[in-house]
Ligand binder design. Structure first.
Ligand code: IPD
Ligand code: CA
Ligand code: CA
Length: 284
């Protein structure tokens, strides 16, 4: 694909995301849940959206590679690679909660060059092309200017697999005490876009997959934000950590995370502490 043709890539991605979003809307509210594991859900909508996207991408961009969450792969060594999450926020979708999105990211020789995240219920289409800024429904977006954690609203997420070994509850507790609050929306792609457009100051999560973050990471960078691992190192799509922010609160977060990684966490009251406090408050 020539540089000239790369200009046609983003409009094509936006079109595909909108059409896949319509497929999701067609299923919304009438979902039959299936289980990949005990809390990892999948629905016919995930599969239909993926089948549609993969067929259309193979038609329109036959030489491109792709990797999609529900198992589709084309791996021929092409310099172009699509990361496809046909439905990010499946648990929300399955419970009728209107916070979910289609996420499409395209990489060229290992660098993200275009990304689109579409929430069909809110009719919000986030998009970015490398070096050209980020937009929401065609209007430029920018990260917030909030300079400190104390005045920040953050977001995080918890995995649906290997839940017992995830340390995030400590991070959640610690950050809740130091900010306006921490939201857990259930769609990592939207979380990153919400940092990009200034609704959140930052987002972090462990063990996301490339299709969760490919599009959102570019949209956030192009909106003026910063994305790294939790210690401030380079962010990799297949890495185990993501920390995305408006840039201004990044160092503060990194410092806090370093303390938590060093085991200096504020103690969470134990179940026994709560039991004692409850008994006291009830005069027992
Ligand atoms: C999930 C969402 C969620 C995050 C999970 C992801 P899915 O993706 O992005 O916010 O916390 O870790 O797996 O399964 O709904 O596509
Ligand atoms: Ca996902
Ligand atoms: Ca998904």
């Amino acid at each position: 694909m020539s540089t000239e043709n790369q200009g046609a890539l983003l409009p094509a991605m936006m079109d595909l995301a909108r059409q896949a979003g319509d497929i999701l809307l067609g299923h919304f509210g009438k979902v039959h849940i299936e289980y990949k594991s005990v809390a990892d859900l999948v629905t016919a909508a995930d599969r239909e959206s993926e089948a549609f996207l993969v067929a259309r991408i193979r038609e329109q961009f036959p030489s491109h590679d792709l990797v999609a969450e529900e198992g589709s792969r084309s791996e021929t060594g092409s310099p172009y690679r699509w990361y496809i999450d046909p439905l990010d926020g499946t648990t929300n979708f399955a419970h009728g909660l209107p916070l979910f999105a289609v996420s499409l990211g395209v990489e060229h020789r290992g660098r993200m060059i275009a990304g689109v995240v579409y929430n069909p219920v809110m009719n919000e289409l986030f998009a970015a092309a490398e070096g050209q800024g980020a937009t929401l429904n065609g209007k430029a977006i920018h990260v917030s200017q909030t300079p400190e954690l104390l005045a920040s609203l953050l977001a995080t997420g918890f995995p649906t697999q290997k839940r017992h070994s995830n340390p995030n509850i400590h991070f959640y507790h610690c950050l809740t005490m130091r900010t306006h609050g921490v939201r857990r929306l259930g769609s990592a792609a939207l979380d990153l876009c919400f940092v990009a457009c200034g609704r959140f100051e930052a987002f972090w999560e462990f063990n996301l997959k490339p299709w969760d973050t490919a599009a959102g990471s570019l949209i956030l960078r192009e909106a003026g934000g910063r994305i790294t691992d939790m210690m401030g190192g380079e962010f990799h799509l297949d890495g185990p950590e993501v920390l995305g922010s408006n840039g201004k609160v990044h160092q503060e977060l990194q410092d806090l995370f370093a303390e938590i990684f060093a085991g200096k966490v504020p103690e969470l009251p134990s179940a026994q502490d709560y039991s004692r406090l409850r008994a006291q408050s009830q005069g027992r």
